[in-house]
Ligand binder design. Structure first.
Ligand SMILES: Nc1nc2c(c(=O)[nH]1)N[C@H]1C(S)=C(S)[C@@H](COP(=O)(O)O)O[C@H]1N2
Ligand SMILES: [Mo]
Length: 248
């Protein structure tokens, strides 16, 4: 498992280096490097790459099939009821370190200004797929909720469970406010299918598949991950030692 993840990382690091080489030719970038004495080149690249956009693709590049992984259908009575109601009563609660806690009906969320992006999903299990996502920037929601200056992480609480544990994930504020970080409610021009996280899932395009939380019910802003479930920031992080930051 770990070696596959390293393999994926090695496969994409070439692209990042190529991007840096291109930037290196511009005067601005040299200026930035000169002004950052004390920072190693590696750290500089790291900072640059955290803000950079993930590659976006053309419609012609989309995978004919976007498979599902992990939970395909949350097995709770509550989810079955929502599915039966076509998610008409699904709400996304936004709470924790915010000045204005929100409870947003899914229909309301679908009416907000959205972003569309065609990106590649990479799962540590060794498969990738290019899909089209449509959703609200997470930044819009965090802005509406008036995120506290104490908040450092955003936690996504999901509707599905593995055994006795709830699936959850978390990201830091760099990723939370990244322009490609969206709460997606449609995929490949259709409302999100159940196997892919209906009615709402996260797309955090600079990270691996397991960070892309499906079946989102609650978004919580916290100062520390220590008190959240197993304390390591995600289901796989808690149970299988996966890295919390799964950058690609
Ligand atoms: N709630 C929830 N989110 C989840 C999972 C899951 O089992 N439950 N699996 C993760 C993994 S490992 C991957 S690769 C992707 C799969 O997304 P997909 O089913 O749309 O392909 O969702 C991620 N998010
Ligand atoms: Mo995955």
């Amino acid at each position: 498992m770990i070696s596959r993840r390293k393999f994926i990382a090695a496969g994409t690091s070439g692209l990042l280096v190529a991007g840096c080489d291109r930037l290196d030719r511009s005067e601005t970038f040299r200026g930035i490097l000169r002004s950052s004495e004390g920072l190693t080149m590696k750290a500089q690249r790291l900072i640059t790459s955290r803000d950079a956009l993930a590659p976006e693709y053309r419609a012609a590049d989309m995978s004919p099939i976007f498979r599902s992984n992990g939970t395909r259908l949350p097995n709770t009575n509550e989810y079955a009821r929502h599915l039966n109601e076509n998610f008409a009563n699904w709400r996304i609660n936004v709470d924790g370190l915010v000045a204005r806690p929100l409870s947003i009906p899914i229909q309301k969320l679908r009416s907000l200004p959205h972003r569309t992006q065609i990106t590649r999903h990479d799962c540590v299990e060794g498969w990738s797929a290019i899909g089209k996502w449509h959703g609200v920037p997470l930044a819009t929601i965090l802005g509406a909720a008036e995120l506290s200056t104490r908040a450092k992480y955003i936690v996504f609480h999901c509707a599905d469970r593995f055994g006795d544990r709830q699936y959850y994930e978390s990201i830091d504020l760099i990723d939370a406010f990244h322009p490609q970080t969206i709460l997606a409610w449609a995929m490949n021009d259709r409302l999100l299918p159940v196997p892919n996280g209906a009615p709402l899932r996260l797309r955090v395009e600079r990270q691996l598949g397991y960070k892309q939380a499906k079946y989102i019910q609650r978004i919580e802003a916290v100062e520390s991950l220590a008190g959240v479930y197993g304390g390591r920031g995600g289901y796989w992080e808690d149970t299988n030692d996966y890295e919390w930051y799964a950058g690609i």
